[in-house]
Design a protein around this ligand. Structure first.
Ligand code: ASP
Length: 585
């Protein structure tokens, strides 16, 4: 028997027992004739003790143990004189009688403890060592737990988990496809699924009624902390449902997960906010509702007073930062710099300090009387002691910049605590988005998203105004999931393809299989997909999804541990009939 117990379970109750433990040497220290070794496994750390006086051979052997050696130790559990209240096993230690080295280890490239001295790149290269660290391991275990709970809940409400293929045809999620060349049919390619969208719709045609899958999706797009080229979705689809049926079902899942994973009860229904309201009040379709600070449109109020910055702007909006009227010049300068960053793109910042004594001081007060400034605070609901931060410009960009400024002030004022969660549904997204460069409409969600029935006539006359029967679940400013009621009527689908600029032939070539299936009795259906990695990161209280993925890729899409993407052999290229084109200068 390799072991009788794990390194995380022995306590004073086990005092006197003979045990065998196995694990990795985290640390060892020699103190006055005694050698102490911290032995680590997945379950915890247990202290081993070797005594020079009673067994010098054994103690000598222990002194040669290096970090990360794999060992087996036999001995007796005894009470520790120097207890460690931070460890569940901190009241005991093992008085070792026999020590076996199961494997040696080279000196690891970084310390394998809660905090490490290893930088990101190094940790990723040796990810298998990084995964020995409790923080990272616990993230992966949390992920496991979330997956189990998802399966339990979905099964309990009759969803069937169906696996869909990975070698498929392009799916229209708006990103670039990863492609795989076919050897058997030279010159042709599979695409990896950006999501199982079309397949889950086919499963509805098949009558599965309720489908889900925890599934890998692949999108070749620029990466960020919350994006990976391959990521995992909880993908779901249901038949004979309207929007509210889908929202109610998955609100149920969200509430269940919060209860099981975080012990948090949501007794009230989640807020359902139209897209237009989110954009107007928060400048963003994924508002963080942990705090208020809504954006106010003050365009009408401030234009026409000779202040050219405002007079030449399409839109002027303000956020009111509570209790910040005493901001120093340095602080307002910092905020100006913040909004001027290229990724935010505002030209400048105008402020109004509404002093606790009722005084009004603005960076634009040359152009406005005190009475006029008074109207600004009335319109924005500012209170004495508040600071109004105002941006002006093109409506869309200014709202986006105000959204960033609002979040920045939320951070500065500690209004975004990690242990508070405010979920909401965003509904009534626009169906289409105009692309100025390509001068055509794109589906905001994907081309199978149903328009709101009452807006269908607008598809021919004013497509930009059509609202979609689509929804997102947003929690604390993060889009956790999104989906829609689908088009199941062939005529509406044709109209949609037409608005998107597909010819009949193109639609047939790309989605013929789906259009064909819809000829054989497609039920009304709709669904949603959740970003599983994001959900795990949120439950784990972190922003980056990377630490919740066992073997993630870096920002350039590389797996630095596997050292891939990498070249393949000429033989493989030949088999695939692939030849590289040398770039002409
Ligand atoms: N396939 C969609 C996505 O990946 C989700 C859905 O519409 O169900 O975003």
């Amino acid at each position: 028997m390799y072991r009788t117990n794990t390194c995380g379970e022995l306590t004073l109750k086990d005092e006197g027992k003979s045990v065998i433990l196995c694990g990795w040497v985290q640390k060892s220290r020699d103190l006055g004739g005694m050698t102490f070794v911290d032995l680590r496994d997945r379950y915890g750390i247990t202290q081993l003790v070797f005594n020079m006086d009673t067994n010098s051979d054994l103690c000598g052997k222990a002194r040669k143990l290096g970090r990360e050696f794999v060992i087996q130790a036999k001995g007796k559990v005894r009470e520790r004189s120097n207890k460690n209240p931070k460890l569940p096993t901190g009241d005991i230690e093992i008085d070792v009688e026999e020590l076996n080295i199961l494997n040696k280890s080279e000196i690891p490239p970084f310390t394998i403890e809660e905090d490490t001295d290893g930088g990101e790149e190094l940790r990723m290269k040796y990810r298998y060592l990084d995964l020995r660290r409790p923080v990272v391991r616990n993230n992966i275990i949390l992920r496991h737990k979330v997956a189990q709970e998802v399966r339990k809940y979905m099964d309990s409400i009759d969803f069937v988990e169906v696996e869909t293929p990975v070698l498929i045809k392009s799916t229209p999620e708006g990103a670039r496809d990863f492609v795989v060349p076919s050897r058997m049919q030279p010159g042709t390619f599979y695409a990896l699924p950006q999501s199982p969208q079309t397949l889950k719709q086919l499963l509805m045609v098949s009558g599965f009624d309720r489908y889900f899958q925890i599934v890998k999706c692949f999108r070749d797009e620029d990466l960020r902390a919350d994006r990976q080229p391959e990521f995992t979705q909880i993908d779901c689809e249901m038949s004979f449902v309207e929007r509210d049926d889908v929202l109610d079902t998955f609100e149920g899942l969200a509430k269940y997960l919060f209860r099981q994973i975080k012990g948090i009860e949501f007794n009230e229904p989640f807020i359902r906010m139209p897209f237009s309201e989110a954009m107007e009040n928060y400048g963003n379709d994924k508002p963080d509702l942990r705090f208020g600070m809504k954006i106010r449109d003050i365009t009408g109020l401030v234009k026409g007073h000779g202040f050219s910055v405002f007079d030449s702007s399409e839109y002027i909006g303000a956020v009111c930062a509570p209790g910040c009227s005493e901001y120093s010049r340095k602080q307002t300068d910092e905020l100006t710099e913040f909004v001027r960053r290229p990724q935010i793109g505002a030209k400048g910042l105008v402020y109004l300090k509404y002093g606790a004594d009722g005084s009004l001081k603005s960076s634009a007060d040359k152009f406005y009387s005190q009475d006029e400034l008074k109207k600004w605070v009335e319109a924005t609901g500012a209170n004495p002691g508040d600071l109004l931060l105002i941006l002006a410009g093109d409506r869309k960009k200014t709202l986006a910049a105000l959204s960033e400024l609002r979040l920045e002030m939320g951070n500065r004022l500690n209004l975004r605590p990690r242990d508070k969660y405010v979920p909401l549904w965003i509904v009534d997204f626009p169906l289409l988005e105009w692309d100025e460069e390509e001068k055509r409409y794109f589906a905001m969600h994907h081309p199978f998203t149903s328009p709101r029935p009452e807006d269908i006539p607008l598809m021919q006359t004013d497509p930009g105004k059509v609202r979609a029967n689509a929804y997102d679940l947003v929690i604390n400013g993060v889009e956790i999931g999104g989906g829609s009621i689908r088009i199941h009527d062939a005529e509406v689908q044709k109209l949609m393809f037409k608005v998107l600029g597909f010819t009949d032939e193109e639609a047939e070539y790309q989605f013929g299989f789906l259009l064909n299936a819809f000829k054989y009795g497609a039920p009304p259906h709709g669904g949603i997909a959740f970003g599983f990695d994001r959900w795990c990161a949120m439950f784990g209280g972190q922003d980056s999804i990377r630490d919740f993925i066992a073997f993630p890729k870096n920002n350039s899409g590389r797996d630095v541990m596997l050292d891939t993407p990498s070249e393949i052999s000429l033989k493989q290229l030949n088999e695939l009939n692939i030849e590289f084109r040398t770039k002409k200068q």
